[in-house]
Design a protein around this ligand. Structure first.
Ligand code: ADP
Ligand code: MG
Length: 717
């Protein structure tokens, strides 16, 4: 939305409020007690209060800082009011003798009690006091509480607040009905438990959170039902040793783990259906998702269809290409490569091959979903590190199958490709349920055998020299090492208008990380470290490589290839190696300024080692002082290798938003509920959603409408 347009928005639109229900569900942050009047003599420093008193004196000061002073008096004493922002006509309006009702926070000043910028209005002596606490709503600049209160009261008066949820459900969950919930939250009686209202533990708040979660779960269940009406090509697994999948398995140097087999079987049976698969394959870094994806691709290709695989970075896409081509090309599969970085001619050739069907497998970065790319017969789309892509990009890949789908009969329904998403960022169960409730999930829970666990140690950066000595010794012994350079902190970064804005996936909220100029500095930092380590490694200097985000893709690929082949032994890198690189011979990872990384990022980085049979180590260097959070993270990462346990820990430390790409999380749809604290409500909401859709579709529809209204379409995507 452009700023020019947003200035034309109504106050309601600016707050995202449209329907009467939107207003009714716009709930107070806290409350003011205006139900009692305090005597001026009883005011206490810093304790907000309402007084009712007559104006004795009003005067706008001339010279110096402009201000309006009004003195008021009741039977017990005198109070000074001060305004630094005021209109000229206030002076006339607040003439001596007028009776004012004033609310504010009294301060003991030089000349007795005073209130700065209280809210006040003239009243008649017999003007009644409010009987309810006064709500204070979340608002935006320029939208007054008075306007909001009026709008909300108006909307609530127009609404027919029907209870759609079954009484026994509410009883069981000990939740109040919706009408009394809205009453108590918008207009609590003076004796209401303010504390539980404001910390949102009050039963009314529980009800609201439950309703919100229920709406979200209903939307997801509905999306799931809607999808079951979509059609896809049935791609059943061929039986027998001559099938592509079987031949691939035979050619592999290892046997699948039980987890991999189970996941592959789940995917295989989905592919055989004529409804599109919509499945997330999750597994810790190094758990072996790629081969499971390759088997799925083989099944689609075996049925005469194409498969597209998309990865978020060039490095990662290149790795997939190399691995999949190694596995599948010897079996006769034609593989094409699509990347934004390739030459025009290469690209045109690949686009051609996708369109003609000559390429059976198309691997690439987001170039795969660009407009010009068409497929002849796309049966399966695979998205690696799916959380790096937005909803729109995923949908676009899915839609690729639609355009040119062959239709053997005139009345044949449009078919979608099956969709397999992969993620190495394990999502805790509650979060998966909240965000991907409409997704099937396959999990590789255990790493392939023969991996020795990574030993993680934490060092004060003061011992950096000892760490370098260790690196030197390992390299001399023929081992391979990653050295990850730190993100640069914002305070150190000089903004550069040329540098692309980079959002680090770490701890964005708590610690200010570089947004601008950081990449340039990260780079300088990495180059300096590279030079330093070359010197430190003496005769092995030419075996020290450098990899950073600013390098052209072809150069990155070359460096990675040199490292993979062992020509480079020590790879100094910025966090570009974060996802998916696979060099089993690397056994040591050093991470500088580890305190600046988020937990899941540390885990991802560490997952680059420990991929072979040799014992691996991860050394985390930190620079004191450590924040509490940073300390907790470093201890957590030191003490566990289990990505799922760490993800849960991360959720505990940071809350859900950070764990997922914000764009697609759906978590932002939650205004009131908190996935971190409201797990029990979430589970209850999921069960209730299933029940309602089956037994009371009308209630389900009304509930959705109430909560989501127009946003429903968006969610169904
Ligand atoms: P990720 O799940 O992180 O994408 P990869 O698919 O890259 O993991 O696999 C990590 C490494 O483990 C690769 O070198 C892969 O060939 C190897 N691998 C995968 N499955 C097995 C297995 N069942 N036994 C032994 N090694 C395996
Ligand atoms: Mg991978």
């Amino acid at each position: 939305m452009s700023s020019a347009r947003s200035s034309a928005l109504s106050p309601g639109e600016r707050l995202g409020l449209g329907s009467d229900w939107d207003y009714a569900l716009h709930l107070p942050l806290h409350y003011l007690d205006e139900t009692r009047i305090s005597a001026i003599a009883s005011l206490r420093d810093g304790v907000p209060a309402v007084v009712q008193a007559r104006i004795v004196h009003a005067e706008a000061s001339a010279g110096g800082r402009k201000q309006l002073r009004i003195q008021v008096q009741d039977a017990s004493g005198v109070l000074n009011l001060r305004f630094f922002h005021f209109y000229q006509n206030w002076q006339r309006q607040y003439a001596p003798g007028k009776l004012l009702r004033v609310r504010g926070e009294p301060r003991a000043g030089l000349f007795g009690m005073e209130m700065v910028h209280p809210t006040c209005h003239a009243v008649r002596p017999d003007e009644p006091l409010p009987e309810r606490l006064t709500p204070v709503y979340p608002t935006a600049a320029g939208i007054s509480q008075v306007w909001l209160r009026k709008a909300i009261t108006g909307a609530r008066a127009r609404l027919e607040v029907r209870e759609w949820l079954p009484a026994d459900l509410l009883d069981r969950l000990q939740l109040p009905d919706i009408a009394s919930t809205l009453d108590v939250l918008h207009a609590p009686p003076p004796d209401a438990p303010l504390h539980s209202l404001e910390d949102r533990s009050h039963p009314g708040w529980q009800r609201v959170k439950f309703d919100e979660l229920l709406a979200q779960q209903l939307a997801q269940q509905r999306a799931r039902l809607a999808r079951s009406a979509l059609r896809a090509w049935s791609l059943p697994a061929r039986a027998g040793p001559q099938s592509l999948g079987q031949r691939l398995l035979q050619a592999l140097p290892f046997a699948l783990t039980l987890d991999q087999e189970a996941c592959a079987a789940e995917i295989a049976s989905n592919l055989a259906l004529s409804q599109p698969m919509h499945r997330l394959l999750q597994g810790d870094v190094g758990s072996g998702k790629t081969v499971v994806a390759a088997l799925a691709a083989a099944q689609a290709i075996d049925c005469g269809f194409q498969c597209a695989l998309m990865a978020p970075t060039d490095i990662l896409a290149t790795q997939h290409l190399r691995k999949l081509a190694d596995w599948l090309e010897p079996l006769g599969v034609r593989v094409a490569w699509l990347s934004g970085a390739q030459s025009r001619r290469e690209r045109d050739t690949a686009v051609q091959a996708a369109a003609s069907g000559a390429a059976q497998l198309v691997v690439g970065t987001h170039a795969v979903i660009q407009e010009k790319v068409r497929f002849h017969r796309l049966g399966l789309a695979i998205v690696d590190e799916q959380h790096r892509f937005g909803v729109a990009q995923r949908l676009s890949l899915r839609a690729k199958g639609l355009d040119d789908a062959p239709r053997s009969e005139a009345n044949e329904a449009v078919r979608e490709p099956h969709l397999l998403m992969m993620s190495a960022t394990p999502i805790p169960r509650t979060l998966a349920m909240a965000v991907f409730g409409d997704l099937d999930v396959s999990t590789i829970a255990h790493l392939p055998p023969g991996r020795s666990p990574i030993r993680t140690r934490v060092f004060d950066a003061a011992r950096r020299d000892a760490v370098i000595a260790r690196v030197r010794a390992l390299v001399a012994a023929g081992r391979q090492v990653y050295w990850v350079c730190p993100l640069v902190e914002e305070s150190a970064a000089r903004p550069s208008p040329m540098a692309p804005v980079r959002r680090s996936s770490t701890d964005r909220r708590k610690v200010p990380f570089v947004q601008t100029g950081g990449e340039a500095l990260d780079l300088r930092n990495a180059e300096a470290t590279h030079a330093e380590l070359q010197v430190a490694l003496g005769t092995d200097a030419e075996r020290v490589g450098l990899l950073h985000g600013r390098m052209p893709a072809s150069q990155k690929t070359q460096v990675m290839a040199d490292f993979a082949a062992g020509r480079l032994r020590l790879l100094v890198a910025t966090t570009v190696i974060e996802v998916g690189v696979d060099v089993p011979a690397a056994t040591l990872m050093v991470i500088e300024h580890a305190e600046r990384f988020g937990l899941s990022q540390l885990h991802q980085l560490r997952g680059r080692v420990g991929r072979g049979a040799d014992a691996s180590e991860c050394l985390l260097l930190f620079t004191p002082p450590l924040s509490e959070m940073a300390r907790a993270r470093l201890l957590a990462i030191r003490d566990t290798n289990d990505g799922f346990a760490l993800a849960q820990k991360d959720l505990d430390l940071r809350g859900p938003g950070e764990l997922l790409g914000q764009r697609q999380s759906g978590v932002q749809m939650l205004r009131h509920a908190d996935l971190h604290t409201d797990v029990a409500l979430l589970e209850a909401a999921r069960d209730a959603a299933v029940w309602l859709l089956r037994h009371d579709p009308l209630a389900a529809r009304e509930h959705l409408q109430r909560w989501l209204g127009d946003r429903l379409d968006w969610l169904a995507a």
